[in-house]
Write a protein of this length. Structure first.
Length: 141
């Protein structure tokens, strides 16, 4: 499914354009995700990057070579890219029943990577945020 993202390489988004794109219903979740990551992962650098022509702009959180996650604003929602190593993937699958149906479906899809996976999670409501927090906590410890 294609999602309308911020694809103009020459126009880095600002807060106003992100909130306009994601919409009033999802804006509070965007704010909570940003606050949560800023508080719990304060040692990670927050930066806007143009990911590629298909996915457009995102906010990437990283510390040196360690990639925590990236947030891609899009019309009516946003998507989080969350790379998991093999151990984190196993832990996530062990607690699969704690996630909502959308995240369980994503976790049940096979990965093309030999070890671990890249999870693309579309956040549309608060239950998606709860699942994202659980997954981010796996990366902490």
């Amino acid at each position: 499914m294609a999602h309308e993202r911020l694809l103009d390489r020459d126009m880095q988004p600002d807060r106003e354009s992100v909130l306009k794109a994601i919409g009033k219903e999802v804006a509070p979740i965007w704010g909570e995700v940003e606050s949560y990551i800023g508080e719990q992962f304060s040692d990670y650098e927050r930066e806007w990057i143009f990911y590629n022509p298909q996915h457009g702009w995102c906010i990437r959180y990283r510390k040196a070579a360690s990639h925590l996650c990236s947030l891609f604003p899009e019309r009516g929602s946003f998507t989080a890219l969350l790379p998991l190593n093999g151990d984190e993937e196993r832990k996530a699958l062990d607690m699969i029943n704690y996630f909502n149906a959308r995240i369980r479906e994503t976790l049940n899809q096979s990965s093309n990577l030999p070890v671990g996976r890249w999870l693309w999670i579309r956040l549309e409501d608060y239950t998606d945020f709860v699942g994202l927090k659980l997954l981010l906590e796996l990366k902490e410890g």
